[in-house]
Unconditional design. Structure first.
Length: 350
């Protein structure tokens, strides 16, 4: 089994290098086709909505109007973002979110150093450096209009805090992230499963309470979207892309500094980061593996080409898995050798 996993990992690293180039060509073609049809970029939509809300207009009225102007669907309700980003932007502006993004970047560096300190100083330092590198997206100006990237910075911080004494702060951070982008709801589900398996009853109950509060909020959001929907509004074509793991791995690629590397190297690192988390072990490793592998599977099954940006929810924690790769490879190599040693004849000393 260990040998099979090693072979699969090697093949996946090679395959991903080619897959990134194919998906990049598909992405370029998709953008060109959408612009030719007169469609505009999602960032422009959120920028327009935020501007109207800042001017005093009701969020749901503004969002519905701009969705129609941009030719975007309003059904089902998840096609319209929650009002959290627009409301908070009206309070402290886009620059306020840019400052928050930088603070989240710094907090992730410190939190990941602390989270992996027990694994050794070198591993902790590598984790901090990787959090810094993969979180550099926090410095782009447009992050103020990206629900996924802002939520990803919060989720990554929550993940780092999840297994330590600061888990309650992590839960608050995760709740804020999901309120910002409901697509991240499975994050709390994965955390709840791990808490239950670990026998952490208090933590599991707190997670259940957060989930309940969020579900109530999303129910209200759905009702508000339904109230502003007009008979002629567009309906989403659905989510059944079946594009496979190439799409989520491409999404990770283009939302991080991996995009600056040659495809063969970026493809290898994109796969190895997941291997690092799968081999991490412990409550943190189990939580991360369940969240990352589960969400990658969901995106591979359901997302369309233009949904690649969903992978912003992984920034920067996914890349921290590279700090755990040496241990994962050592464990894998040991597991491959073990059966051979077991089959070898026992040498009797003279």
């Amino acid at each position: 089994m260990a040998l099979l996993l090693a072979v699969i990992t090697l093949l996946a690293c090679v395959w991903n290098g080619f897959a990134l180039e194919m998906r990049d060509a598909a992405h370029t073609g998709d953008i060109a086709e959408r612009l030719e049809r007169g469609e505009r970029l999602d960032m422009d939509l959120y920028r327009a909505i935020n501007g109207r809300v800042a001017a005093g207009e009701s969020y749901y009225t503004a969002a519905a109007t701009e969705h129609r102007v941009f030719g975007m669907p309003t059904a089902p309700f998840v096609t319209m973002r929650t009002p959290v980003l627009a409301w908070t932007t009206a309070l402290w502006g886009a620059d306020g979110w840019r400052i928050i993004a930088v603070l989240l970047w710094a907090a992730n560096i410190l939190a990941w150093y602390g989270a992996l300190r027990r694994s050794g100083r070198s591993t902790a330092l590598a984790a901090a450096a990787l959090a810094a590198a993969f979180g550099m997206v926090g410095f782009i100006p447009d992050i103020a209009f990206s629900h996924e990237l802002l939520a990803g910075m919060m989720l990554s911080l929550a993940l780092a805090l999840s297994a330590g004494p600061g888990w309650l702060a992590g839960l608050l951070m995760a709740t804020c992230a999901i309120a910002l982008r409901e697509l991240a709801l499975p994050f709390l589900g994965a955390w709840g499963v791990v808490a239950c398996l670990a026998g952490e009853r208090g933590k599991a109950l707190a997670i259940a309470g957060a989930l309940l509060a969020l579900l109530v909020g999303f129910t209200v959001h759905a009702a508000m979207v339904d109230a502003v929907r007009a008979p002629g509004d567009l309906v989403s074509s659905g989510w059944s892309g079946l594009l496979g793991p190439a799409l989520p791995l491409y999404g990770i690629h283009v939302t991080t500094l991996l995009q600056t590397l040659p495809s063969w190297l970026a493809g290898t690192l994109g796969v190895l980061a997941l291997l690092g988390w799968l081999g991490a072990g412990g409550r943190l490793g189990m939580f991360a593996a369940l969240w990352f592998a589960g969400f990658i599977t969901a995106v591979a099954l359901f997302a369309r080409q233009e949904n690649f940006y969903w992978m912003g929810l992984f920034v920067p924690a996914y890349g921290v898995g590279l700090a755990l790769v040496p241990r994962a490879l050592a464990d894998l190599a040991g597991a491959v050798r073990q059966p051979r040693l077991a089959r070898s004849p026992t040498r009797v000393s003279q």
